[in-house]
Design a protein around this ligand. Structure first.
Ligand SMILES: [Zn+2]
Ligand SMILES: [Zn+2]
Length: 142
């Protein structure tokens, strides 16, 4: 089993999962902190991250991480400037990108994967029938 240093308490522990970089104890504590913060922000809509961190006795860094992972979400306006879009720097509530950049990236991705369209003149006005498709695949000439 690979051995890792816990990224929170620096203790050495072994894990099979490469992405699991927190030891079981910190993980458990993290879960508890998360639950506490989650129920707190639900009961107190509009609370800021700093307030939640202080009252729940967790580090704002942890809350930020949960927001990045989209495990936690806060009410609109409660995290102004706390998280910013990785692409345009706009304040966001959760995740890594703002809605606009997410949409832009989906479009970009589509463009990148889409095959260039033939010009209108070359596009046949109707879908070829099953017959014609077969013939086309067989490279048979009419
Ligand atoms: Zn640890
Ligand atoms: Zn953005």
């Amino acid at each position: 089993m690979p051995v890792l240093n816990c990224r929170k308490c620096n203790k050495i522990f072994s894990t099979l999962a490469g992405f699991n970089t927190v030891c079981p104890e910190c993980r458990k504590k993290d879960e508890e902190d998360f639950k506490r913060v989650k129920s707190f922000v639900w009961d107190h809509p509009g609370v800021t991250v700093d307030e939640a961190a202080e009252i729940c006795n967790v580090s704002p860094k942890d809350i930020k991480e949960w927001l990045r992972e989209e495990r936690l979400s806060l009410a609109d306006g409660s995290v102004a400037d706390f998280l910013t879009c990785d692409r345009c720097g706009k304040p966001i509530l959760k995740g890594r990108f703002c809605e606009k950049c997410k949409a832009d990236m989906v479009t970009d991705l589509k463009h990148a994967t889409e095959k260039p369209k033939m010009s209108g003149a070359l596009v046949t006005p109707r879908e070829p029938g099953e017959d014609e498709k077969m013939r086309f695949l067989g490279r048979e000439k009419r």
